[in-house]
Design a protein. Structure first.
Length: 441
């Protein structure tokens, strides 16, 4: 294989931008743009939880921008100062995550516990209610008859379009009603713990060498999954996508460090939470096949979601099908409110036969990706992350019903790709490399 470094794997313009002045100008741009986004959200959003997030997050991002400005000035005067070095940048990222994500999240949770009914998005209520149903009935889902019996304006909230394990985040609220049992608190705890594990895995790979600027690349990747506004807003107001994303990133980190069994378990846990992780699982299984570890990846990637689905299927199979298949496909009693103005939605809503056209484009894209995977399977975690990033981006843009927030998945995958390219990773014990693959390249 080629000895190409991570620097060469990225567009030259991005490399220059990301590495200029120790990465501080891009940090400043990120925090400044984020502060503007949060302020605009606070002033114009039609969703009350979003406005509440923006009012607090704007100040957190502004403080980070001021600190980054000071770091740039200090570095210009004293290029070797530790105040502008990589550890200081990590600290600013952590402080920004605290002020722009955790602080508004806890504030909204406390206000909600005190009686405010406009301090959480609908998915938080749905997941908490699914946790109560799981305790009471053994399944997080309502059947179609039970949903039809609800008042028309409550039928949408009767659906739980997630995989069964997502209801576990609603269990604390089912046991006691207080601010710290808000599902978002547990989304945040799970996300932080899994991301820390992913970062630790990539910072201490079982390799003889680490690529140049590896820690700087990893910091940028961590920012993409934490302080980027699309992630920060999602975690503070809804949050269900962030544990799924974190587990997928952990799976890619395990793949990059030649731990296929752990990669399968991590992506399998993500798949037991949400359907969006299943394409990532498929890509990682194909990666595993190229390493002759496909069965080890598939055991967790397929086994854990199946184990999560089995109890719900046995308790009420019709309810399971109604919630996790019919509703996402637009065949439920009510339609999904996910209507972001991406090309797929615009085609489906404005052209004659638009829904069929959008579906054909989506299927065609899926077939093209499948052919590409068959002819050129990803042999590295870096390549797998790129396939996941670009593939999900195409799917999100072409789906007739989708959300703007889903863009956090492809953005994070694409920015995590560079630090996943680790050279000289040892093959797992007892396994042989595929023919023609030099694992030390």
């Amino acid at each position: 294989m080629s000895t190409t470094t991570p620097t060469n794997l990225r567009p030259r313009w991005w490399h220059h931008l990301d590495s200029a002045a120790g990465g501080l100008p891009l940090d400043l741009g990120l925090y400044t743009a984020s502060a503007a986004f949060a302020a605009i959200t606070a002033a114009t959003s039609t969703l009350t939880p979003h406005r509440a997030w923006g009012a607090i997050a704007a100040l957190g991002y502004l403080a980070a921008a001021i600190i980054a400005t000071g770091q740039l000035i200090t570095r210009h005067r004293r290029p070797t100062t530790p105040l502008a070095g990589l550890p200081a940048r990590w600290l600013v990222t952590a402080l920004t995550f605290t002020t722009a994500v955790l602080l508004p999240l806890v504030t909204q949770s406390v206000q909600r516990a005190a009686g405010r009914t406009d301090r959480a998005q609908e998915e938080v209520l749905v997941i908490e209610e699914s946790g109560r149903r799981l305790l009471d009935t053994g399944t997080p889902y309502l059947g179609p008859d039970a949903i039809a019996a609800l008042p028309p304006d409550h039928q949408l909230l009767g659906y739980t379009p997630y995989q069964p394990a997502m209801a576990l985040f609603g269990l604390p609220r089912a046991l006691t009603d207080t601010w710290w049992t808000d599902a978002r608190i547990w989304f945040a705890i799970g996300t932080v713990l899994v991301l820390l594990l992913a970062i630790h895995t990539l910072r201490h790979p079982p390799a003889t060498t680490r690529p140049p600027r590896h820690d700087a690349l990893l910091l940028r990747a961590a920012q993409a999954a934490t302080v980027l506004p699309v992630c920060a807003l999602t975690l503070a107001t809804g949050g269900d996508d962030l544990p799924v994303l974190a587990l997928c990133l952990l799976a890619l980190a395990y793949a990059a460090t030649a731990r296929p069994g752990r990669a399968g378990i991590a992506v399998g846990l993500a798949g037991a939470l949400k359907l969006l992780a299943w394409p990532v699982a498929a890509v990682l299984i194909i990666w595993g096949i190229t390493r002759r570890t496909g069965l080890r990846v598939a055991a967790g990637a397929l086994g854990l979601p199946a184990a999560a689905l089995l109890p719900a299927l046995l308790v009420d199979g019709e309810a399971l099908v109604e919630n996790v298949l019919r509703f996402p496909l637009g065949l439920g009693l009510v339609s999904s409110p996910a209507q972001s103005p991406f090309p797929g939605h615009l085609i489906a809503s404005t052209l004659p036969g638009g829904r069929a056209i959008a579906a054909a484009l989506l299927i065609g894209t899926g077939v093209a990706i499948a052919v590409r995977l068959a002819r050129h399977p990803p042999r590295t975690a870096h390549a797998a992350a790129l396939v996941c990033g670009y593939g999900l981006l195409a799917a999100i843009l072409l789906m007739p019903t989708t959300r703007f927030g889903y863009l956090l998945y492809p953005i994070a995958f694409l920015l995590w790709a560079p630090p996943l390219h680790i050279r000289r990773i040892r093959q797992p014990a007892g396994e042989d490399a595929p023919p023609g693959v030099d694992l030390k390249a």
